[in-house]
Structure formats: C-alpha cells, structure tokens
Design a protein around this ligand. Structure first.
Ligand SMILES: Cc1cc2nc3c(=O)[nH]c(=O)nc-3n(C[C@H](O)[C@H](O)[C@H](O)COP(=O)(O)OP(=O)(O)OC[C@H]3O[C@@H](n4cnc5c(N)ncnc54)[C@H](O)[C@@H]3O)c2cc1C
Length: 431
C-alpha cells in the first residue's frame, strides 16, 4: 500500500518519502493528470506536514493556523477559484477528492477547509450553472473577483456559519439572522452556533434573510454575505471543548447591528435559494473529510496489525483469523463508501435526476456513518494499546463521530428524505 514518490520541494524539504497510495487511484478512477496533480499536492501536504501537527490541534482545541499558511503557499486555499483569477481552477470532483486526502491526515483542517472552499465553489462553478440575467451575472463576476483576489493574494480565510440551533440550517424555515437593506448594503443582526473558524477566519460567509421593513421572512430571500471578521458589532462568544473535530474552533458568533457593504455578497439575491433547490450536491461537501477519516482508520489498522506503526513495538497481530476477518469487513465497508461517494461527487451538477439526488443522500449517509463504523471496528480489532492518545486512532474515532451531525444533511435527515422521496413523487400526498 506504500509507494515511493519524489515529493516536490514546495511541499517538503525531504528529498524522498514513502507516500501513502492515493485513496482514489487516478488510473482506476479515470482522473486526468491535472486532477491527479492537485490531489497529490493535497496528499503530500497532509501526510508530510498536517499529520504531524494534528494531535496538538486536537489536544488543545486549537485552530490549525499553520496549516492554512501551507494551504495558501501551495495554492490549495484557492483550489476552486478559476484559473483566470489566479486559482487552481479545480471542479467539484477534484476538490472533493483533495479534501478527502486532507481529512485522512487532519480531520479538523479538512472540515474547516471545506467551509472556506465552499465560499469559492458556490460563488464559482456552482453559480455559473444557475440562472442570472446578464446584468446580475456581470455584477456577480465583479464581486467574486474581489473575494478571489483576497484569497489568492493575501491568503484570506472564509468561513461558512449557517447553523442557528433551530430548523433553518435543516432547510425548513428562513434563517433567523436578518439583513435589513440600508443605503450601500445591509445591517445584520443575529446569532450563529457551531461557527467553525470563529475568531480565525478573515470573513464570515453568513447565511441570512433579507427582510425589508414590514416584510415577512422567506427562504427565497436568503443572502450569502462575506462579513469582515473585524467589523464593529461582531463578537465570538462561548467556549469550545467538544468530543471531536476540536481544531475547528466552532464557537458562537454574534452580530449586533453590523453594517455589511453590497460588495460583500458572495451570491446575488435569490441565487442561494436557487442553488439549494437546483444544485443539491452543494450540501454533500461536508462528506469528503469523513471519507478521508474512513481511509485513515483502515490505513492505521493494516499498519498496526502488521506491527509497522511508528512508536509502537513491532508486534505482529495479523496472523489471527478474527483480525483478518475484521480487516476484510473494514475493507469491504471502505470500498462501499468510496464507490457510492465517488459516483455521487462525479454526478454533482445542476438539476440532477431524482435517482442522483437519492444517491447523494445515500453517499452522505454512507460516508458519515461508515467512517465511524470503520473507526469503531478498528479500535476493537487493534486492541487496547491502539487507542492510547499517543496514536491517531482514537482521534479518528472521535472526529468521525461528528460527521452524521452536520446539517442540513445529518444522517437522520438523509434517512428521512430517502424514505419520503422514494415513496412520494413531488406533490403527492395520501389526503
Ligand atoms: C465539529 C462541528 C463543526 C461544525 N461546523 C459548522 C460550521 O462551520 N457552520 C455551520 O453552520 N454549522 C456547523 N456545525 C453545525 C452542524 O451543521 C449542525 O448545525 C449542528 O451540529 C446541529 O446541532 P443542534 O444541537 O442544533 O442539532 P439538532 O437539534 O439535531 O438540529 C437542529 C434543528 O434541526 C432540525 N432537525 C434536526 N433533526 C431533524 C430531523 N430528523 N427532522 C426534522 N428536523 C430536524 C430541528 O428543527 C432541530 O431543532 C458544526 C458541527 C460540528 C459538530
């Protein structure tokens, strides 16, 4: 499972290193050279740099600031930014696989990087698929160039707080965070919980509802605004001491009469709502991290049972039939996750078919629940010494447990939607 690769100097000072094989072999999964190159950069960075820092970020619940410096240096901060704006120009599939490779070595970095990248993916290739009149599109093009320049040139970091503790993040009602239109922009008031990158992002990509005087809140009027973190009226409150994904620093954000200029819009009016309706795979982007964690639990198990984990005695455990069966079960589960997930990320597009949407829910469920099932099995199989905090497995286990809680596609909501949408066509009821 190991291969020796010449690592680029831009990533590491080492001349030669044993790199893990890619999760998705470019030949087997028909990835082109450009895709493979970007994904390799992510894997090299993850294995040679991020893996070594992950334990400290986790232990101290500290944001991986140093990793973001490296993501900027290697161009990965602008992975989904079009080339004409100085980014790597990666599409959805390439980003998703690169994120899985990062998640394999540091879950918290991959998950927060997802929030950042979505600011560019949703305003970029995804928005290009949606309807806008020519004037709106030209204005959007001008605005997004401002965001892209900040990221590419200055290393600006964006977050994506939408959770509020109620039904809004589940997609059922309008966001409670409100944006009141005023001359030149909006005044924003509200609260976001679990806001990863709080206190560390330069811009908070806030989902909120535009409400003019006397109007009622409607999901159609959702705005997606990049609010400068240093704005007057923004505060980060509460502590952060969770089970897993500790480096995400997902504290609470408060907005009190925060003025946000018109140029802050990451999507034009009405386009977020259109995206949520027509581009559902936009909500599958939290899953790559967990595909990476599933692979990490498998990698660890094989190495551990072979007696090859650095820092542990070279005791082999691979000769026991029960352990071989467990590895087989883990491998089967991993291949199942990879296969459905790869298919789902490959067919992400505007106006997917019903079958593709159901598959996307199933892929999300499989990755989120499956990563933790694999980690659970890995702990049982490797045994007591394997779950010590000096080794990564117990962190992988804790991080993987968080996947199924991610709104709007929690494991429960995926089950709800698959069951309902499989049995009812649009507009059908039993009344
Ligand atoms: C490590 C971590 C990082 C996170 N980072 C971010 C981030 O960067 N940005 C962000 O926006 N969020 C983030 N989240 C939040 C996450 O997406 C969820 O919003 C959060 O976990 C929900 O917590 P809750 O206790 O409000 O959940 P719940 O109470 O389960 O859900 C909230 C509401 O959703 C609705 N709901 C839930 N389940 C169902 C159901 N089965 N049927 C119908 N309605 C339902 C209900 O109205 C419920 O009150 C993060 C979470 C974690 C654990």
């Amino acid at each position: 499972m190991m291969m020796t690769v010449q690592v680029s100097k831009s990533v590491t000072a080492l001349d030669k290193i044993d790199l893990d094989a890619p999760i998705f072999d470019p030949g087997a999964f028909r990835l082109n050279d450009e895709q493979a190159g970007i994904i390799t950069t992510a894997r090299e960075l993850g294995q040679t740099v991020f893996a070594g820092r992950a334990a400290a970020y986790d232990r101290d619940a500290k944001f991986p600031t140093e990793n973001y410096g490296d993501l900027h240096r290697t161009g990965l901060l602008g992975i989904a930014i079009p080339k004409k704006h100085g980014g790597l120009g990666a599409g959805y599939q390439t980003y998703a696989i690169a994120a899985a490779e990062i998640g394999r070595y540091c879950g918290a970095t991959a998950l927060t990087w997802n929030m950042h990248v979505c600011s560019t993916l949703w305003s970029g290739p995804l928005a290009d698929d949606l309807d806008m009149d020519a004037e709106t599109r030209a204005e959007h093009e001008r605005r997004r160039a401002v965001h892209y320049k900040r990221i590419v040139e200055d290393g600006a970091i964006y977050s994506q707080p939408f959770s509020e503790g109620g039904a809004a993040a589940a997609g059922s009602v309008a966001f409670g965070t409100e944006a009141k239109p005023v001359k030149g922009g909006w005044i924003v008031n509200g609260k976001k919980i679990f806001a990863s990158l709080s206190g560390h992002a330069d811009y908070y990509g806030v989902l909120c509802t535009e409400i003019a005087e006397g109007e009622k809140a409607s999901r159609r009027n959702t705005l997606y605004l990049a609010l400068p973190a240093q704005s007057d009226g923004v505060s980060v409150v509460g502590d952060w001491d969770p089970l897993g994904m500790r480096g995400t620093v997902s504290r609470t954000l408060l907005f009190k009469d925060v003025f946000v200029a018109e140029d802050a819009a990451l999507m034009p009016r009405g386009v977020y709502f259109q995206a949520a309706m027509r581009w559902p795979h936009m909500f599958l982007t939290l899953s790559p991290t967990y595909v990476g964690l599933a692979q990490a639990a498998y990698d660890f198990t094989v190495r551990y049972l072979r007696g090859e984990v650095p820092g542990t005695p070279p005791v082999k455990r691979r000769m026991y039939p029960t352990k071989q069966i467990a590895v087989a079960q883990i491998q089967i589960k991993l291949e199942q996750i990879k296969t459905i997930w790869f298919q789902a990320i490959t067919e992400a597009r505007a106006n997917p078919t019903k079958e593709q949407v159901l598959r996307a829910y199933a892929a999300q469920y499989s990755a989120m629940e499956g990563a933790n099932e694999i980690a659970t099995l890995a702990i049982r199989t490797c045994g007591g010494q394997a779950m010590l905090k000096s080794l990564p497995l117990e962190r992988i286990y804790r991080d993987s447990r968080c996947g199924s809680l991610m709104l709007p596609w929690t494991a429960e909501l995926c089950l709800d939607r698959i069951g309902r949408e499989a049995l009812y066509e649009t507009g059908e009821s039993d009344e």
